[in-house]
Design a protein around this ligand. Sequence first.
Ligand SMILES: Nc1ncnc2c1ncn2[C@@H]1O[C@H](COP(=O)(O)OP(=O)(O)OP(=O)(O)O)[C@@H](O)[C@H]1O
Ligand SMILES: [Mg+2]
Length: 637
Amino acid sequence: MQIRLKTKITLTTALLVVAVVAVNSGLYVASLTRQVIRQADNRAGLVAQQVFFQAQNALAEAAAAGQAPASDSAADLREYVRKSLDESTALASLIDAEVGYSFLVYEVTVVDIGGTALISSDASLPGRPAPSRTRLSQLVGSGFVNQLRVIYGPPRAYEVSYPFKLGAPGHQVPFGEIRVAVQTGLLRNEIAPALRGAALLAMISVLASVLLVGLVSSISLAPLKRITAQLDRISRGEFDQKPLERGDEFGQVSTKINQIGQQLRGVREIFSTLRENLDQVLGGLEDGLLLFTRDGRAVMVSPAVERFLGAPSDSLLGRHAEEIFPADHPVRRAVRLHDGVFEPVAAAEVVLPGQGEPSRRVGVSVQMITEGVTRMGSLVTLTDLESRERISTQLQVSERLAALGRITAGVAHEVKNPLNSMRLWLENLKVSLPDAEDMPRQAVNVLDKEIDRLDNVVKRFLDFTRPVELHQEESSLAELMNEVLGVARPQMVRAKIEVETRFSDVPPVLVDRQLLKQALLNLVLNAVDAMPNGGKISLSARRRGDTAEIRVGDTGRGIAPEHRQRVFQLFFTTRPGGNGIGLASAFRTVQLHNGSIDFETEVGRGTTFTIVLPLARQLEPALPRPQDMGRDTARNA
Ligand SMILES: Nc1ncnc2c1ncn2[C@@H]1O[C@H](COP(=O)(O)OP(=O)(O)OP(=O)(O)O)[C@@H](O)[C@H]1O
Ligand SMILES: [Mg+2]
């Protein structure tokens, strides 16, 4: 059970007050009791003394009236005293008054030296031995607890005695005693009103103090409520809080909380910036990353993981490693995972079923994340091996192109000069040949044609290797592709090829229209060539993240596996009459635009080329990268 602070303070204070009041009341009752007993003792002693003086008076009166003991015998003397006392009305009324009206005195008896009652307020007593009772002085001297026990226990009688002596002063002889009995019940009555008053006072003081403490604590704890509200708002992210304007501890605490709130805001901002950066970095990664805690829960899953595992990365967050990679999962066979704990794996290879595509080879690695010697978690990386290999092939192709370009551009230039001089001499020869000579004229014509062809090849080659200056402008892909289709239409009609276009809403791209048109035309013409018996060309453009994706697909013969590595190479062709320049040139154009080109193919089913280009906003001025390809040409030209 939760007890509120205010209740606790009030209860504790109430208990404290009760304890103090109890001790005080105890002391008060003790001193009151002692006082009442002492008073009773004094009062009873006084009564006994008065009775003694009155008895002396009675004896003096009897002597004055001429009465005397019958003889000197003790019995006569006793009888004389008894009679004298018995006959004294003053004595009788004194005793009656004391017993009747005093709250204290319960019995007054005069006894002789043998203890036999002479006269008594109890009429049955005279002539009989008077009961002897405990002395009240004993009770006066006893301890507090004993006093309380006696007074609040069953009623008991105590007595105070006063010696009864006869004879003239200086010659007195003891005769008996005056006993005044006091009853404890009567004493109790004496104390009760004072006790009631004390109890009432104690109760009132306890009640008043509880009320007062309740009031004071609720006033002094009121700022706590506001501090709690302040904390609540900070935890909701409202960091701009005004601290309580107080000089006391609450004010200081509130100011400190405010400072912590400000620090928290800073930390949160840093955190969210880091998080955004991390998300961006993760979003741009081709590899799938899964970060697991020490006990195997996924705390970070990069978006690319979806391409490998088929489940949205958000849905994997917080799940257990053994749930993500169940026992029959291909990845599970490559990694060692026990009770959510991974063991490091350098580079394993698994085949993952593709999501609606053919299955693919995936590299799996597991790294431990440690801090000092403590294991913090594990990082699982999934890599698409095939696309990595494709990229490396593309890189090799472009490197080779560059190298080849450098060498051949020089050679081509060297070929062009003799060709020009050959043509010059041939023209001279043509003019000087006699008309009748058929045979030499035919030879000259053949030479002329061949020189033309050679010249043409060298020109195209030089065109290809010449550094290009890009004339980029914002262009609509749909428009561009429609223009390309317009150019290729006659060939497509002749080959009975259907066209299907799908241009979704793609933002403009910043491109060199002529170059890109030529590249796309090359792809379309290749597709037409691949379908001599008709088929379908699908052209599409769509937005993918920060890029535009263009696809040119056909239902033609496909590319044989042994040719796939080489199609982008300059002069690679399988087509009779082909030059093997189309794809190499398209490749170069895409590279100049900071894009990428790739293809998927299946023999007998068709081929789809995909070009990815950055959107206009992101495009930085593209560097004409293969400058180095034509550097020599440029210098020599
Ligand atoms: N859509 C396609 N379907 C099948 N094979 C293709 C396709 N596109 C290209 N190829 C293959 O790639 C080779 C190279 O193509 P590329 O366009 O570079 O040269 P080419 O078409 O042979 O000659 P040209 O220089 O006249 O274009 C082709 O010869 C062909 O074997
Ligand atoms: Mg071609």
